[in-house]
Design a protein around this ligand. Structure first.
Ligand code: MSP
Length: 650
């Protein structure tokens, strides 16, 4: 096989607190791709790490009474433990506090300054001296500092700037010449229309208001802006401008940067411009995946669900979590995380389908043939349907992973799991076993089941490595589990010993489990309470938005035509709305706890009409319903029954 290299990265994580299940999303996806590529024979470099500088960390450390370095060291150790638990097979873990990285960033900054791409300018704005913060006019509250309420004054501070403006045209040309550079496609449109076309302003790339950062060598009262520091990790980790590694030639440009959607802007505007200025090739692809949401909002530990990945792995096993993350939501879209959805997936796909198939098949070989697959076989009805599907599945799985459609890849793979279960029902081995003249047929059925299991175990390995191993350990055979061998039927040698396995995924009783989760997460309701009172206290100090920001939100009246619960999601209702456009609109809303469908049908409500679609438990939701938080655990939909449908609300 020709020598092939593959370089994949995740974002480097802020060690500013405990990671939640949403943080595991990018990393599990990157790990799956890395394992898949390795199995295909690539020489893979999988990079992850931590982004440790910045004012936020400095403040958190001060609050905790430790140095920033002590503060990050402890959290980074926890992050590494989490990746170990989740079986993340990274090849390098970079910390932006690593000395080699700091040195390289300083050299990059110097180089860009020497060639004029970074210049010294001044940052002008309204300044609050006690808070050491610049504000824009629209951020002020009653003309005063939104943080402390004191007077602000016009001020000017020297700072270094990166000439983004100089590269705007080249960047658009690059996008046009490389249509796959930003994926999914919609994110590219967003970058061009929202950021590049309105005009790229030069970016302030140094700070003087705090010290926890990499000092600018030739002007050390400035520290390098965290994003410039962080983005550079993708090349410093390979040894760019340092002697730590010697992998730059081999692995750069990266094949893919996997990132969450909110940081696509940095990866497709700032980072490419830095690379152009450094005269380096650009990464081949930046993929911006969607978010895992809780009840339609951002993930936090205080919203009633258990989102701690360590707790979830302990209760359900690492592979169940990996499977859920990749199967439940199409990777490019947002989707809702809930403990119920997770348990449903485990019960239906893993316990009922996969786990059951493995234990039934291996138990039957043991029962009927003392665990040894006989060579005497006779083919029969249903065999070819199973065999044809089995040898085609590899192609579908490859297509899915290559296109970052993990959910489709797993759906296709599980079609083989279902087909194999069906094969057991069709061939009814327990009936064959009663008739001695059918021994050769029974032996063929057992062989086919085991062959199918062998193929499943190979293809599932990138997603669920422990499960693959567990299935393969039932076979007393080696050298039949390589990726190459996943589309060839009949590789299992006659006489192979098969050992029966215990249930891989025990069924979970939903009610007992949810009750247990509520027990272990008593902080959820207390935190939610605290969060609400925080909101009340903070309302006067919220960051202000301009009227132009508000104008971006399109609020419309709409009438509820039909409404029904969404199976598998206790909290969600699916509403069909007449929004006056002539086309029905589907919206999923997390209000099932407070409303039955009958409470809503026929009422006119207010929706956010220009919200990007998101998929919740298989339902694509196009908008959001306005509702008020009226106290602890009390939510009221805002009815607008006296209004016609389709009115704009301002
Ligand atoms: N430090 C920056 C990245 C610098 S890369 C040069 C950062 N760190 S982060 O810790 O805030 O986020 C790391 C990754 O986790 C991001 O890709 C982010 O999108 C992802 N996620 C954080 N919460 C998430 C969900 N709830 N759902 C899915 N991914 C989410 O950004």
């Amino acid at each position: 096989m020709p020598h092939k290299n593959f370089y994949i990265t995740t974002p480097i994580y802020y060690p500013s607190g405990k990671l939640h299940i949403g943080h595991s999303y990018t990393t599990v996806a990157a790990d799956t791709i890395s394992r898949y590529k390795r199995m295909q024979g690539y020489d893979v470099m999988f990079l992850t790490g931590t982004d440790e500088h910045g004012q936020k960390i400095e403040l958190k450390a001060a609050n905790a009474g430790v140095t920033p370095q002590q503060y990050v060291d402890e959290i980074v150790a926890g992050i590494k433990d989490l990746w170990k638990l989740l079986n993340i097979s990274y090849d390098k873990f970079i910390r932006t506090t690593d000395k080699y990285h700091e040195k390289s960033v300083q050299r990059i900054f110097e180089k860009l300054y020497e060639q004029g791409d970074i210049y010294k300018g001044s940052y002008k704005g309204l300044y609050c001296t006690p808070c050491e913060s610049f504000w824009t006019e629209s951020q002020l509250v009653d003309g005063k500092c939104p943080d402390c309420g004191r007077e602000v004054e016009q001020a000017e501070e020297e700072a270094y700037f990166l000439r983004l403006s100089k590269y705007a045209d080249r960047l658009i040309e690059y996008y046009d010449a490389h249509p796959d550079f930003i994926q999914p496609e919609s994110r590219k449109t967003e970058m061009v229309n929202n950021f590049i076309k309105p005009g790229l302003e030069d970016l302030c790339v140094s700070r003087t208001s705090f010290t926890w950062g990499i000092p600018v060598t030739f002007d050390p009262k400035h520290v390098v802006y965290v994003w410039l520091d962080a983005l550079s990790n993708y090349i410093t980790a390979l040894g760019y401008l340092n002697d730590e590694e010697n992998k730059f030639e081999k692995f750069w440009p990266a094949d893919i940067h996997l990132v969450g959607k909110e940081i696509v802007r940095f990866h497709t505007i700032v980072w490419p411009i830095m690379l152009m200025a450094l005269d380096l090739p650009l990464p081949k692809k930046v993929y911006g995946h969607g978010w895992l949401l809780l009840d339609g909002g951002k993930m936090s530990k205080s919203k009633g669900n258990v989102v701690d990945p360590v707790v979830l792995c302990e209760r359900y096993g690492v592979d169940a979590i990996r499977y859920f993350l990749l199967r439940e939501i199409p990777f490019g879209n947002d989707g809702v995380f809930s403990n119920e959805a997770l348990i449903n997936r485990i019960n239906s796909d893993l316990a009922n389908d996969l786990g059951n198939l493995v234990s039934r098949s291996t138990a039957m070989v043991e029962k009927y043939f003392g665990g040894v697959l006989p060579g005497n076989r006779e083919s029969g009805e249903f065999d070819y349907e199973l065999i044809n599907l089995a040898i085609e599945v590899k192609h579908s799985v490859e297509h899915g992973i290559d296109n970052l459609e993990f959910s489709t890849a797993l759906t296709d793979l599980f079609k083989l799991v279902s087909r194999t279960n069906k094969y057991i029902d069709e061939t009814a081995p327990w009936v064959l076993a009663k008739d001695e003249s059918k021994a050769a047929r029974l032996s063929a059925v057992m062989y086919n089941l085991c062959e199918s299991l062998r193929i499943i175990s190979i293809l599932i390995a990138p997603f669920m490595p422990d499960t693959a191993k567990a299935i393969q350990s039932c076979f007393d055979a080696t050298d039949i589990f390589s990726w190459e061998q996943a589309d060839t039927w009949g590789l299992l040698p006659d006489g192979t010993t098969i050992t029966k396995t215990a249930a891989l995924f025990p069924r979970i009783d939903m009610e007992t489990e949810i009750a247990a989760l509520n027990e272990i997460n008593p902080s959820a309701s207390a935190d939610a309470k605290a969060e609400k009172s925080d909101i009340k206290e903070n309302i006067t100090t919220l960051a202000q938005i301009g009227i132009e920001d508000f104008a971006k939100v399109e609020l419309r009246t709409a009438k509820v035509i039909t409404c029904e619960p969404i199976k598998k999601a206790k909290k969600l209702l699916k509403l069909t709305l007449d929004d006056g456009s002539g086309t029905e609109r589907i919206v999923a809303s997390g209000i099932a706890k407070w409303y039955t469908p009958e409470d809503l049908i026929g009422h006119t409500i207010i929706i956010v009409a220009n919200l990007k679609p998101a998929v919740f438990c298989g339902v694509e939701s196009n908008g959001m319903i306005l509702a008020a938080d009226c106290g602890e655990d009390d939510v009221k939909v805002i009815f607008a029954d006296n209004m016609p449908v389709g009115c704009k609300v301002r």
